[in-house]
Design a protein around this ligand. Structure first.
Ligand code: FES
Length: 73
């Protein structure tokens, strides 16, 4: 059981993003990145694949230490 009392969904790294897909794959053209891009690694962003700060509440709730991947040009 996860901290929320639910059995399996919490043990999945991805609880809700594009669950209809067999796998979630994202491609970003480096030419589309202006100065930097901040990508989500906690799988909780509402602006996937970009970080929207949701990792802060995720870490607070779970004791995790997830944070984004920052790509700079
Ligand atoms: Fe997922 Fe920031 S929202 S790493």
């Amino acid at each position: 059981f996860c901290p929320h009392g639910r059995p399996s969904p919490c043990s999945r790294v991805n609880p809700s993003i594009l669950k209809k897909n067999d796998k979630v794959v994202d491609t970003v053209d480096v030419e589309d990145i202006s100065e930097k891009a901040v990508f989500c690694r906690c799988w909780r962003s509402k602006n996937w694949p970009y970080c929207d700060g949701s990792h802060v509440s995720h870490n607070k709730e779970t004791g995790d230490n997830a944070g984004p991947l920052i790509v700079k040009k």
